[in-house]
Ligand binder design. Structure first.
Ligand code: DGY
Length: 425
């Protein structure tokens, strides 16, 4: 059964493999997405290490001169997706979007390096990637933390990956919709519109894209010019974890300067994470930098914080918090608290479960010694696959498969979990 599930997951990766990069799924997402690629590389690494490195290499081949790594690389034109290169207007030889995504590549590179069977290949590939990933991390602190608080802000919901989270609702009110060029969404022709963000949210997504395009995608200007500046604990936890992992990789490869700088960024950010702790919610919360307020929203962003080496007491509290969430759903971990009025079981990031987030939470809890909860989350991942196949995301009450199907990173997480944990599938 376990081997059968692994083989089916590998078939999903092969189906979505475009040679040097992988699409998240056919139809809905026909290009290379940043964090999808880095996490998918973890799956490839279990059966084709060279292909895993290529996935990350291709992503970094499109890094901008300032260090930013874009969230979409439009390798081949496809009008089945909106917004395409004409809307972004970044004018690159191979077009890209102009915003970024959770920087999970540092974590992935270290994990693939540590486990590599082909050590010579891993050292060669990791050595070449090291300064590029480091430049991206430095870019974040230089451009998204202009006041040096230790934590970075996202300036578009798409940067978080959690596009329509309840976390952004209040801040999104400040993003206007006037002046948005008329457009036709394409996502709703590939996936059930009831599982996707609303038209109103899409108008605001596009307003921000137009705003940044007018500023020529100059990252020295975008943060301050954006009416949407959110410090997301989940996003920052991924950045912190990648800095910590890059420091370890740099040590292993004899690059002490990168190691020291990465550790310094991580240490400052870990200390600053305390400012995001909410006693009321019993978890971390987003901070709305533009309004100067903590966002009163119990989402998975504050739980994903455990992916970073936060204090043990906080990890224990988060494990307890997940235990509480389990009382109101059948599968862990819902992307929003099911007891709140905003919870929407099947609508993207307002309730459904995402395996990649489960994996990162479980990994962080395991490192913090919360192994029972870590195992339980991994088991739920496999229960979801059995119920709903390799979907993009799942309902936390009835395990309905939602969004795109034959989804690359979902399959990659299954390969990863089954190869690294003793869980009966
Ligand atoms: C989408 O198109 O749904 C993506 O999340 C944006 O990156």
């Amino acid at each position: 059964m376990t081997q059968d599930m692994i083989e089916r997951a590998k078939a999903v990766l092969r189906r979505n493999d475009r040679g040097t990069y992988t699409v998240p799924t056919h139809g809905l997402y026909p290009f290379q997405w940043n964090w999808d690629s880095a996490l998918s590389a973890l799956g490839f690494a279990h059966f084709d290490e060279a292909r895993a490195w290529t996935e990350i290499e291709t992503l970094f081949a499109h890094q901008w001169d300032d260090g930013m790594v874009p969230h979409i690389i439009f390798h081949q034109l496809d009008d089945g997706y909106f917004p395409g290169p004409d809307v972004w207007g970044t004018f690159r030889t191979v077009p890209t979007s102009g915003i970024t995504q959770p920087p999970v590549a540092g974590f992935a590179a270290r994990r693939i390096y540590d486990r590599a069977m082909d050590k010579a290949l891993a050292a060669k590939k990791a050595r070449a990637l090291l300064p590029k990933i480091h430049a991206w991390h430095q870019w974040f602190f230089a451009n998204r933390d202009p006041k040096g608080t230790g934590l970075v802000a996202i300036i578009h919901p798409w940067e978080s990956g959690r596009d329509n989270s309840v976390d952004w609702d209040a801040a999104f009110e400040r993003v206007p919709t006037d002046g948005v060029q008329p457009f036709t969404r394409r996502d709703t022709s590939h996936a059930n519109p009831a599982h996707r963000p609303t038209d109103e949210q899409y108008k605001r997504y596009i307003w921000l894209v137009q705003k940044f395009r007018i500023l020529d995608w100059d990252n020295a200007k975008l943060h301050d010019a954006s009416p949407f500046q959110i410090v997301d604990p989940g996003f920052n936890a991924i950045l912190i974890r990648s800095c910590v992992d890059l420091a370890a990789l740099a040590d292993a490869l004899g690059e002490p300067v990168i190691a020291a700088q990465s550790r310094a960024m991580a240490d400052k950010a870990i200390a600053a994470m305390e400012t995001l702790w909410s006693d009321k919610l019993g978890q971390y919360a987003c901070y709305d930098r533009a309004s100067g307020t903590l966002v009163d929203s119990p989402s998975i962003g504050g739980i994903l914080a455990t992916f970073a080496p936060i204090p043990k007491a906080r990890a224990t509290a988060i494990s307890d918090r997940i235990e509480t969430l389990a009382e109101s759903c059948n599968y862990l971990v819902p992307s929003h608290d099911p007891t709140t009025p905003e919870f929407d079981a099947l609508r993207y990031w307002r309730g459904p479960i995402w395996l990649i987030v489960n994996y990162m939470i479980s990994d962080g809890l395991e490192a913090a010694g919360q192994t029972a909860m870590s195992d339980r989350i991994n088991r739920d991942c496999l229960r979801l696959i059995k119920e709903g196949g390799f979907a993009e995301y799942y309902g936390p009450i009835k395990a309905e498969p939602c969004g795109g199907d034959a989804f690359t990173w979902t399959a990659a997480m299954v390969i990863e979990i089954l190869n690294t944990h003793e869980i009966a599938a």
